[in-house]
Design a protein around this ligand. Structure first.
Ligand code: HEC
Length: 103
């Protein structure tokens, strides 16, 4: 009887980890820079950064540093809207880092 209670207890812990735990993790999982880029940037810049819609610069040819990209994305420039208030600082840093990988 005691043993059965212990097993039931273990099962309960395992079950609650599998359901509640997973849902929590999904909820707070940070969106990757790539996913952010696809959602917010690819419309003008294209998935490869070379679309150039509305005068958008070719991202693979950009010589801006990471800090300069973060500033540009935060404040906007020309036809590109500012992302301050749309994306968090962390998200802007992540998507800026992702643009460095386009070539
Ligand atoms: C409405 C279209 C549009 C969207 C959406 C957009 N951009 Fe831009 N982007 C532009 C335009 C236009 C420029 C050129 C700005 C200028 O220099 O006048 C630009 C410039 C840039 C540059 C600078 C390139 C250089 O070397 O000068 C980077 C980096 C960049 N965008 C990244 C992003 C990222 C990251 C996102 C998504 C968070 C994004 N853009 C969303 C239109 C857009």
């Amino acid at each position: 009887m005691r043993e059965r209670m212990a097993i039931a207890g273990v099962l309960l812990v395992v079950l609650s980890c599998n359901t509640g735990g997973d849902a929590d993790r999904r909820g707070s999982e940070p969106v990757s820079g790539k996913a952010l880029y696809k959602t917010h940037c690819a419309i003008c810049h294209g998935a490869d950064g070379k679309k150039g819609l509305a005068g958008a610069k070719m991202i693979p040819e950009s010589e801006l540093s990471l800090d300069e990209r973060i500033a540009l994305i935060t404040n906007g420039k020309g036809n590109m809207m500012p992302y301050r208030g749309v994306l968090s600082k962390e998200e802007i840093a992540r998507v800026a880092t992702y643009t460095l990988t386009l070539d």
